[in-house]
Design a binder for this molecule. Structure first.
Ligand code: DON
Length: 607
């Protein structure tokens, strides 16, 4: 589960791919035309792939923007799936105390900050997709980190305009203003039933009394040992007194983190964004070369955004909106695929079509998307079926299209930083949350006396047009750094709903998140159960690099041969990706399943 090697990607550019300089102005008409031209450049295919006429479309009576009318009349159980058992249990404790899914989301997030500090925490941020059952209201809490007010477009470039190695991932200059503490306060006040103080208790207890170190976290500590050792407070929390990696089973206590959680419990967001802790955060950041100010912290707000809602063969897909690219990319890929009857094809062709849809959706991510408060994005067009039809028309069923033939940009893989959890309560309220400090332990730097590890989410900006970030993702001006801007994310918390039931899904995995959520959605709609969805072997294409990455077992030998014959370049991944947490609910029987990805050691609980 631990990323075994981090190839420095910053130095690479993708040959033959030029970025549009003014991202959102690149007109969609031009993109569609270009896609069509690209299709024509390729040898004329025996069968062009838009076979939409042949697709038996499920007749949908979906309200464009509301929940599906069908609902379970059968009582059902609550469920939580998260990346670590102690975090699922923290949520269970809060549900048992009378909390709803939103209170449980606070408890699970806060517990993950303690027991899975490599993945998310108070120093990070994320997206919480919410569904309130009483009135079907759906919203996304955008608790994404913000660039500090003193950030600037070229802050990670030297005078010659070259990227400074590691500047956007190491040290406090790489940290955005965190959003997670503000999300706790907001969730509890606006949607929860219990006081924040109560929902934070399990995490405070875990931080104060400690928890036994487990193998995956130990691996992460070993991987980041040198970085953690440079931050005295991080070393105190995660290394032994002589700077060694603790044994599995060693009790990890984080008293400073407990105190910070307690300040939030007592004072709400103010306990973090103002007062003693804010002062210590800013002092620590500035001592480490960062640029945070007290004003940056005081000004941080969670933003409620309308989730993206789409339809695929009768299923309603609700997913993260910008500054996440996840929802739009998943919907775009599904729109492209909706013109094919996937079941009509052999498995290699089916995978080829999914890969081609991924290629096109990731390209649009790179070109158009950024923080909606800063960038005008052609969202309606990107989500439209007509646009997808234009993209689909350049797909051949028998041949890969090189990414260089698509005008624009692209990406690469990831490890197991970041975390996702899913919650369903007995009333039907639900949460899909993907939260992060970006890379393992974020910057690894802990401002003294705070217990808070700083994120390095600034690396999710396009630090220079065309320069790939840690995930191999490139971008252009839409995702350029600007003061107070949120960087573009791939985190894709998603609800999939059909008249028969629903799924809550999401995963960590950097750029791979989008393709994993896409595959999870297709698998759910094909009738796969939660346990099989989370263990499904993944394949992935992110436009650039122009290759299909796949986990062992994702492609059979025959599929590999066929895909290669179509012109795909295939690369088997040496490691596994993702840590998907899925809950499914069958309306007819009331049956609820919760499954945690066997690649990790999380647990799905139903009670
Ligand atoms: O927001 C993003 O897209 C990234 N910061 C997520 C990082 C991630 O998933 C790392 N996981 N392996």
């Amino acid at each position: 589960m631990i990323e075994s090697s981090t190839e420095p990607r910053g130095a690479r550019q993708y040959p033959g791919v030029r970025l549009p300089v003014v991202a959102f102005k690149a007109s969609l008409t031009a993109a569609i035309t270009a896609a069509l031209i690209a299709a024509l450049i390729a040898a004329p295919p025996p069968a062009f792939a838009d076979d939409s006429a042949a697709v038996p479309r499920a007749k949908s009576s979906l309200p464009a923007n509301g929940p599906l009318p069908a609902r379970s009349a059968v009582a059902h159980k609550a469920a939580i799936a998260s990346a670590y058992p102690l975090a699922s249990q923290a949520g269970q404790e809060i549900l048992a105390a009378g909390g709803n899914a939103f209170d449980a989301a606070v408890a699970v997030s806060a517990a993950l900050a303690v027991v899975e500090p490599s993945s998310s925490g108070l120093g990070g941020g994320g997206f919480y997709l919410l569904h309130r059952q009483s009135d079907g209201y759906e919203t996304m809490l955008d608790a994404r980190e913000k660039a500090p007010g003193a950030a600037s477009r070229d802050m990670y470039l030297d005078k010659a305009g070259n990227a400074i190695e590691n500047a956007s991932i190491a040290g406090a200059l790489a940290a955005g203003i965190p959003g997670e503490p503000a999300a706790f306060d907001y969730l509890a006040r606006k949607y929860g039933k219990l006081p924040l103080k109560q929902s934070l208790q399990p995490a405070i207890r875990l931080a104060r009394e400690g928890f036994p170190l487990y193998a995956r976290l130990q691996g992460g500590i070993r991987y980041k040992r040198d970085v953690l050792a440079r931050s005295p407070d991080a070393a105190k929390a995660f290394l032994t007194a002589d700077g060694a990696v603790p044994e599995v089973g060693a009790i990890i206590k984080q008293p400073d983190l407990a105190a910070t959680l307690e300040a939030i419990a007592n004072q709400g967001a103010q306990g973090f964004y103002a007062g003693r802790i804010a002062a210590d955060l800013v002092a620590g950041v500035r001592a480490d070369g960062g640029i945070w100010t007290l004003q940056d912290l005081a000004a941080y707000r969670v933003i409620e955004r309308k989730p993206l809602i789409g339809e695929y063969h009768g299923a309603r897909i609700v997913s993260a909106s910008p500054p996440s690219s996840g929802g739009i990319a998943v919907l775009d890929a599904l729109n492209i695929l909706s013109g094919f009857d996937l079941h009509r094809y052999d498995s290699a062709t089916r995978k080829h079509l999914v890969i081609e849809a991924m290629r096109r959706a990731y390209r649009d991510r790179a070109i158009y998307l950024g923080d909606p408060d800063f960038v005008k994005m052609p969202m309606a067009q990107l989500a439209s079926k007509d646009y997808a039809a234009g993209q689909r028309s350049s797909i051949r069923t028998d041949k890969a299209m090189p990414s260089s033939l698509l005008p624009g940009i692209e990406s690469e893989p990831v490890g197991m930083q970041t975390t996702h959890f899913s919650v369903l309560d007995a009333d039907g309220n639900r949460v899909a949350a993907t939260i992060s400090v970006n890379l393992f332990f974020g910057t690894g730097y802990m401002p003294p006396k705070t217990g808070v590890l700083l994120n390095n989410t600034m690396d999710d900006f396009s630090t220079k047009p065309g320069r790939p970030n840690e995930f191999g993702l490139v971008g252009a001006t839409a995702n350029a750094i600007a003061p107070n801007k949120r960087s573009l994310s791939s985190m894709s918390p998603t609800f999939v709903e059909t008249p028969k039931g629903m799924m809550i899904v999401g995963s960590p995995g950097g750029s791979y998140i989008i393709s994993m959520v896409l595959l999870g959605t297709l698998n759910y709609l094909d009738g796969m159960n939660a346990a099989d969805i989370v263990k499904y072997p993944h394949y992935h294409h992110q436009y650039l690099p122009d290759e299909v990455d796949y986990e062992q077992g994702a492609l059979t030998d025959a599929e590999i041969k066929e895909l290669q014959a179509m012109g795909h370049s295939l690369k088997v991944s040496g490691r596994q990706w993702g840590n998907m947490q899925v809950i499914t609910w069958d309306y007819a029987t009331g049956k609820v399943d919760a499954a945690s990805d066997p690649r990790g050691e999380g647990v799905g609980l139903v009670y």
